[in-house]
Structures are given as C-alpha cells and as structure tokens.
Design a binder for this molecule. Sequence first.
Ligand code: PEP
Length: 250
Amino acid sequence: MRKILVAGNWKMHGSKAMVRELLEGLLAGSAADGKADLVVFPSFPYLSLAESILSGSHIRFGGQNLNPHSQGAHTGETSGSMLKDMGCHYVLTGHSERRSIYGESDHDVALRFEAALQAKLHPVLCVGETLEEREQGLTEAVVGRQLDAVINHLGKDALRKAVIAYEPVWAIGTGVTASPQQAQDVHAFIRDKLRSLDDIIAGHLRILYGGSVKGSNAAELFAQSDIDGGLVGGASLTAEDFLAIYSAVS
Ligand code: PEP
C-alpha cells in the first residue's frame, strides 16, 4: 500500500516571515499519523529556517535542484551533500522549468538524480510532455524517454528510493489541470513500464501528479489507482490552500 505524498514546490517565492507563517500553519494543521506524508521544497536560502522549524516533526523538506558534482569550483551551485547536511530528505530533479528555462537535458537530469542518490537523498524525478507533444500524440514517447535517461544511466534499482512526478507542462501554473483520467492514463503507463523491469519497485514507487492541483480537484485525482499524491506549486504557498489538498486525502 503506497501512502499518499503531498509535496509543495515553492519555486522562487518566499521570505523569512512567509516561511515561518506557512510552516507553523502546516505543523498546526497536519499530523504525524495523518493519511498523507507532507514535504515542502523551499528556496535554498530558507532551508536553514525550514530545518529549525521542522526538525523532529513529521514534515520533511528538500531542495529544488542540485549540482551533479559533490563539491568544487561551481560558483552559485549547491551539492547534494550540502542539502543533506541541511536536513533535506528529498530533492527535485528535472522540473520542467529547469529543463525549459535552464536547458537541463535528459542526461543532465540523470546526473543530478545520481548525485542525489550518492548524497542519500530521495530524488523526485519530474517528467511530462508539452502541449504540442501531447497534441502530436507523443506523450508516452516523451515520458518514456525521460524515464529511460535515468534507467539507462543508473539501472532500475536507482528507482527504489525515488519518487516520480508526472507533470504535464501545459498544466503547470496554468490553472488547467489534466483530467483525472488523463493523469491516470499516464501514471498507469509509467507504472506498467516500470513493472516490466521490476514488479516490486513498480508496486512501491510513488507517482505524484503535478499541474494546477488545488483543494477542489485533489480528491478526485488522488482517488485514481496509480496516482499517489501531488506535487503542488501555486497552491502550496499558503497553509490554507496546501492543507485543503492534504485534507482531501481520504
Ligand atoms: C509545479 O511547479 O511543480 C506545479 C505543479 O505548479 P502548479 O501547481 O502551480 O501548477
């Protein structure tokens, strides 16, 4: 049985006051024995504050990206071991904004995924097609290729500690959500693909849906058999909105 995971990607948003208010609100409104696990991804400057507020609690946190190298002359970059040192348990890899704005290729993402595992972090591998790719019938080809980049580089066992987030690019930050059936179809494709490699890994791996998840659509999305939670952007920025999604888990 896979426990639902509700994860908040704060992107480049926040301030000390906002982080404190949001995390205190989440702690007050959620429980260690709740039906869902909660993870937040603050910007790097706020990881220390997140650690001080969340330390010893049931809410985990992670970095939004990491450099493939473990240390060295990489001005402006952050390594997996630094994230681990700050108390992170998770790190996002291959978010579509990293791929499209910062030019991260499938191979770059695989190297980051590898660095995450080396630092003993759980990588959250984001995959998903653009609207143009969907309209051309390429959704499975694109998602399959993004998965293969990691599997071919590291082998299937690399997925044991991972989470996958299916995030159709056309649904991120647009207010347009994939229908529960559209999302379920791609999640089932991902799980079937993994099942063909390893039944046990496929059965345990959590596959999150991301793309305009809100309190009003979360329950129906999470009720799909292969949707194991959500990666949430905009609606993770206030405790009220994020807890509405957390509360939708039945
Ligand atoms: C995201 O950025 O991962 C995301 C899903 O954003 P939003 O929920 O705002 O669409």
